[in-house]
Design a binder for this molecule. Sequence first.
Ligand SMILES: CC(C)(COP(=O)(O)OP(=O)(O)OC[C@H]1O[C@@H](n2cnc3c(N)ncnc32)[C@H](O)[C@@H]1OP(=O)(O)O)[C@@H](O)C(=O)NCCC(=O)NCCS
Length: 173
Amino acid sequence: MKTDFRQVTIRNATEDDVGQILAIDEMVFSTIWSPNFLRQQLRSEKCFHRVLDKSGKAIGHSGLMRLHDEGHITTMAIKPENQNSGLGSLMLADLCCSAIDLNLKGITLEVRVGNSKAQALYRKFGFAPAGVRPNYYSDTGEDALIMWLSDLSDQKVIEIVESTINRLDVQKV
Ligand SMILES: CC(C)(COP(=O)(O)OP(=O)(O)OC[C@H]1O[C@@H](n2cnc3c(N)ncnc32)[C@H](O)[C@@H]1OP(=O)(O)O)[C@@H](O)C(=O)NCCC(=O)NCCS
């Protein structure tokens, strides 16, 4: 499935995207995955990795790992100059669509306790705090907040996913 928004496309990542994905991560994360770890994720049947592509260049990406009937968001990033224009919301709506298509019941993730912007994005889609993993991030020892979206079939979730895609005039092809 491809999602088109003007010149922006969300598509499955391939190994050709590794360099661009890691270049985005360098800009937004304090520690990044190794190229080999990312390649493993791209090859895994349990993982879905999406790229937000503008005119042939990656400007964002997201990852979802399937664990039985649950999804785990493994990463989500938008290039700094493209943030704050709704593209993070679009990427999350796209991941929720993938999870619904896969018949997953819910989605979970970990986010830095200090990352209030990402938490606000997840809350907007119905994710709720469900606990803390102390010292989760090895670079700073920061705690992780565990968040859960427990029912992907909830009408409110479907409405926010659809309204996000419709607000941005996205066409699915
Ligand atoms: C988190 C991230 C993906 C969001 O991408 P984005 O394109 O900026 O997101 P959007 O423009 O769709 O904004 C999403 C929501 O964030 C919230 N938000 C935006 N700016 C904010 C700010 N300064 N403070 C708090 N919340 C904020 C709002 O709720 C906004 O939704 P709204 O505009 O409908 O109210 C992006 O900031 C990013 O890549 N950050 C660095 C990597 C990261 O932290 N990833 C998450 C790891 S768990």
